[in-house]
Design a protein around this ligand. Structure first.
Ligand code: FAD
Length: 390
């Protein structure tokens, strides 16, 4: 059974360069050979498959658009998006690991770090030797990260960091964490915290029904001494972490298409093979409606993501444009996962098929990196000029 049909109803492939197609096909092939065969068991066992880390690095999933001189793949935004799409066709949790590593850890170190920081951290993160995490969310501050309570104090020759971050992807296995904290004046800065620093612990969050193949945890700082050279010097304020989120959200807009494609492919094949009342269920109008609406929504999402990618390549995409694409495409994928599950009847809830796993995963994707509601309010603010957050 070929799991990698690629719906392309509007010849979106014709909009891609040969390099885009090569990058996409390499990632697709790797997912098919290495990710798909093990992912259902990993998710059932709630295990992050560390055996995939080297392969993720090889397909350019760690630092896709970071320049090659720092170990990145030096690709453009469309290629980055296509890699995220192919990874999430396999599993949103594995795409999450790549999103965090590329856009939330390597991104801020590259954009806000100095040369010494870039040289020290980026090559090891690109090769997968080090795994990174991004600490913004706190127990009392999710959608409103500006209220964060994590603080650092200038002690002369070092900083002293106190506080806690929660719901952090990769936290329990991270070698480095980019952590957002306020200084004594209440200004937000990024600090690079390294495993092994005294007072830094990363307990795992258990019992997730979603993103079970991604490892999640807390980052706890109890009087952690941070060397002064670990502060990211080139940007501060809430805009610094928010710009990182823009990059990750853009990748999610593509990733969600991958999950939706996999659900659609599975439902389409099943509908053609499953016989009820003496004919394939795909011959019933109600099932055709589901499938026809799925391919329509996937096609619209592909065009949205591709256009956003070209605008991002020109450096002109706004945060509000990215919010719209993340919100639309994740909702599209979640709806398709739920509909596709019904097309499979009882088989839809079985781990024999990927649909239920995608559906449960997408419940996190619609909440993290800005909730569905928050992205709608960002669009609302952009078009009215009136701020619903205040
Ligand atoms: P809340 O902010 O408490 O929101 C609860 C509800 O209230 C939501 O429906 C929200 O839309 C709504 N709401 C909030 N404010 C408003 C408003 N002004 N108007 C209308 N409705 C509103 N964070 C990180 O920093 N790093 C990570 O690596 C990371 N990984 C994650 C991995 C997983 C699996 C999950 C589930 C989360 C992760 N997060 C991470 C956290 C994630 O970004 C937050 O969960 C998200 O920002 C929402 O915050 P919250 O859960 O505190 O919800």
């Amino acid at each position: 059974m070929d799991l990698f049909q690629a719906p392309d109803y509007y010849q979106v492939d014709d909009l891609l360069t040969d390099e885009h197609k090569l990058v996409r096909n390499t990632a697709r092939d790797w997912v098919k050979k290495h990710l798909s065969p093990i992912i259902e068991d990993a998710a059932q066992e709630a295990r992050f498959p560390t055996e995939l880390v080297n392969g993720l690095a090889e397909v350019g999933a760690f630092g896709s658009y970071i320049p090659t001189e720092y170990g990145g793949a030096g690709l453009d935004q469309i290629s980055y998006g296509l890699i995220m799409q192919e990874l999430e066709r396999g599993d949103s949790g594995i795409r999450s690991t790549a999103s965090v590593q590329t856009s939330l850890v390597m991104g801020p170190i590259y954009n806000y770090g100095n040369e010494a920081q870039r040289k020290k951290y980026l090559p090891k993160l690109a090769s997968g030797e080090w795994i990174g995490s991004f600490g913004l969310t706190e127990p009392n501050h999710g959608s409103n990260p500006g209220g964060m309570e994590t603080r650092f104090k200038d002690m002369g020759d070092h900083y002293l960091l106190n506080g806690a971050k929660m719901w952090i992807s990769n936290a329990p296995i991270c070698d480095v964490a980019v952590v957002w904290a306020k200084n004594e004046e209440g200004r937000i800065h990024g600090l690079i915290v390294e495993r092994g620093m005294e007072g830094f612990t990363t307990p795992e969050t258990h019992n997730k029904w979603s993103l079970r193949a991604s490892i999640t945890g807390e980052l706890i700082f109890d009087n952690v001494k941070i060397p002064k050279e670990n502060l990211l010097p080139n940007k501060s304020g809430l805009g610094a972490p928010l710009l990182c989120l823009d990059a990750a959200r853009y990748g999610i807009a593509w990733g969600a298409i991958g999950a939706a494609m996999d659900c659609y492919d599975t439902a389409l094949r099943y509908a053609k093979e499953r016989i009820q009342f003496g004919k394939p269920i795909g011959q019933f109008q109600l099932q055709q409606k589901k499938l026809a609406e799925m391919i329509t929504e996937i096609t619209k999402a592909q065009l949205l993501a591709w256009r956003l990618g070209t605008v991002r390549n020109e450096g002109k995409a706004t945060s509000a444009q990215i919010s719209m694409a993340k919100r639309n495409n994740v909702e599209m994928a979640l709806k398709i996962a739920r509909e596709a599950r019904q097309v499979l009847g009882a088989m839809g809830i079985s781990g024999e098929y990927s649909i239920m796993r995608h559906s449960m995963n997408l419940e996190s994707v619609i909440t993290y990196e800005g909730t569905h509601d928050v992205h709608l309010l960002i669009t609302g603010l952009d078009i009215t000029g009136l701020n619903a957050f205040k």
